[in-house]
Each structure stands twice: as structure tokens, then as C-alpha cells.
Design a protein around this ligand. Sequence first.
Ligand code: PLP
Length: 446
Amino acid sequence: MNQAERAGLTQRQLDSYWMPYTGNREFKSDPRIITAASGNYLTDADGRQILDSLSGLWTCGAGHSRPEIAEAVFKQLNKLDYAPGFQFGHPLAFQLSERICDLAPEGLNRVCLTNSGSEAADTATKIARAYWRQSGQASKTKILARQKGYHGASWGGISFGGIPANRKLWGQGLETDLLNHTWRSESVFSKGMPEHGAELADELESLIALHDASNIAAVIVEPFSGSAGVIVPPKGYLQRLREICTKHNILLIFDEVITGLGRSGAYWGAEAFGVTPDIITFAKQITNGAVPLGGVLLGEEIYDAFMTKGGAPHSVELPHGFTYSGHPVACAAAMATLDILESEQLIERVADKAPEFESKIHSLRGINHIVDIRNFGFAAGITLAAKAGDPTLRPYEVALECWRRGVYVRWGGDTLQFGLPFKIESDEMDRIVSTVAESIEALDPA
Ligand code: PLP
């Protein structure tokens, strides 16, 4: 009997669902079924308690199944399940937007709400292009981004995303170009931000020379690349990107879907890295993963460009939005999440405990097959040496061994990835680290 059968699933049910970003053949041959979750633990179909080292998918930092969020969602469903978001409003969408603006870096004081990080990236880049058009510079349409970047699975995200496996199936997308990523062999095992490599940002000057600033709307980067395995920018790199964007009149967008709302040890990666972009995208942690919600933060200069040139007073200034933009239930979950982050001082906790995590995750240096470890805040990535000529094989095998040993670890490309729950205890950090070491050792003894 496999876990699907133990969870009461039939083969037909298993076959019916084409799972996202999943090796469906492998999964369905040995399903891993999660039936419940609470705090820092998932429960699988065998009733095992599995320590969650990725907070879901970087989503549930405040711990799983928080009753405060469940209650807020339940209350909201009973009061106002849905309100049309086009041409009508409901109080929570405005209250939540104000609250996010209050937390935002200075100058970012307008919010669009979406349902996901992918929609947030699309929305941000559409606004960037439309902003230049509104400002009389309609040729500024290209979006520059970075190799190994991840900005979601929609046409925008796969066009300016830089993870090859996510891109190569789809053919031609939007007009984009990519900066080099910031991973450098000289900087392996850096703790936090690598000392050297800020000059990598100067490559943006070359791309601008190639495409011309008159054709470029925006540069979008994650403050640190999350899905590529936590690639942390070298000291001074983001500052340099900021300077070059300002110099050439190009909008800088930080995709903070992973780095925002606590994971960096601050509300925003922008704050943690000391660089303010023109636009920020967020999602995941905003509702603690409980209900889909994302969004875009920007300044009034961009907003006003639409308001002052929006045509007749009743006309729609930005013909963009989703049926579920600002969904009342998602807004209620977000308000409850922000309450928890604040009242339990979870972001301060991440900042306090990040050095402990740094030293623990780096204690794996020297374990066979580990060729790099990177960390920032409550995020870390480990690169494993290729096995049998396939860089993706060992991470998959090691992560599954960790799962068998009771720790959920994410694998992606040649990396293992960690996004700790904000309330993790020291002994749980130890357990994650020792399980990774033991799993590697068990599979491929030195
Ligand atoms: N941007 C970044 C940086 C992400 O990490 C992700 C998802 O992992 C996305 C965008 C896409 O978010 P979603 O999967 O909610 O569409």
C-alpha cells in the first residue's frame, strides 16, 4: 500500500490530477501525501510528523493552521464572501492596502492586489510599460531581468525568468534580456552577502548600451534569488543596480515574493539590503499561505501618471485586474497574518535567530558532495555535486531521504533549499542540519 492508498485515494483520482512543477510519473509511483499541518510540522498519510524546513513553499512563516487566521477567514466568509472589485469596493481591501503602505519602504504608498506572485510580476511589469507610455515614452517596453531569476509561471514570468528548465518548452515570449546571475565560484561558502562581485551589476550598463534606455521599461530582480537556491547578492551589487537604473531612467522592480514580509529578517528585502526600488511585488507570506494573495507596491509618482492622464473622469485609468483582486477573504487572512507577525514580533525573531541558523547551516561545510552553502535571514541554499553527470539527481535523492527521515526539504536544480518557519526552535534547526548530513551520508558514503 502506498501513501495515496492509505489516504483513501483511488488510482483514478491520482491519475486525474496533473500536478504543478512535479515529476508526475515519479510522484505517482510513490506518492507523498500531506493530510494536515500544524505549527512547524506537516502530517503525512501515515500519521508521521514531518518537520517543515521550507514553511510550506516559503509561505507559512508564522506556522501552519494558525487559528487566528482560520477565524478571520471564517468570520469574513460569513459576513462578505465576495464583493465585485471592479467599480465597487469593500473596506478590507483599502484597510489592508494602507497597512501594507505603512510597512513599506519610504515612497512606496500605493498598492495593487493580485492573487499570486506570478500575477504580481505581470502586474508590476505591465504597469512599468504603461507608465512610460503615459509619460510619452512608449518605446520603453523591454524588461531586463537576471539569469537564475524566478518570477512565476505566467507569460511574463517565463519570459523574464532565468531558470532554463522553466523556459525552454514555451518558445518565444516577451522581449527581454538577462543580466548574469551573481553566483561566483570564488564566493562559495560565503556567509550572508559575498564580499566581492558588486561589479557584476555594471553589466547592466552593457545591456543598456545594447538595447538603449529608450527601449527599456524596467529591471526586475529578486533581492536574493530564491528558487535558484538562495543566491545572495554581493555587497554593493543592489546599490549599483539602483544607481544605474536611476541614471538611465529605468524602473527598478524588486520581486519580494520570497524575500518580503519577514524572511530576510526585515519586512522587506529592500530594507534588509538597504536599497529602495521603484516597485515591489509580494505574495506568499502576506496571508501566511492560507489564502492566495499577492500584490504590487509602488509610489504615487507612477500612480499619478495614470490619474492625471486618465482621460474622461469615469474612464478606467489602468485596464488591468483580476476577478479576485482584493478578495475579501484573502484580505481578512492578510490582516490576521500581519497581526500575528506584529504581536509575536516574528520578524524581529528571524533577525535575532538568523546568525544561529547561519552558523548551523554552514556547519555542513565539509560534508561529502556539498560544494556550496549560502544563507540570508531565514533562507539558505546548498549546492550538491552532480551525480552520474546529472546535477539534479543528488538533490532529489537527498531530499527524499530527508522526507523518509521526517524532514521536508525542497530540492530544485542542483540545490537543496531552506526557508525556516519563523518560530523554529534551536533543536529543530539542529535536526534539519543533522538530517541533511545523515541523508547525504546514507545515500553516498564518502
Ligand atoms: N516571484 C518569486 C520570487 C517567487 O519565488 C515566486 C514563487 O515561488 C513567484 C514570483 C510566483 O509566485 P506564485 O507561484 O504565487 O505565482
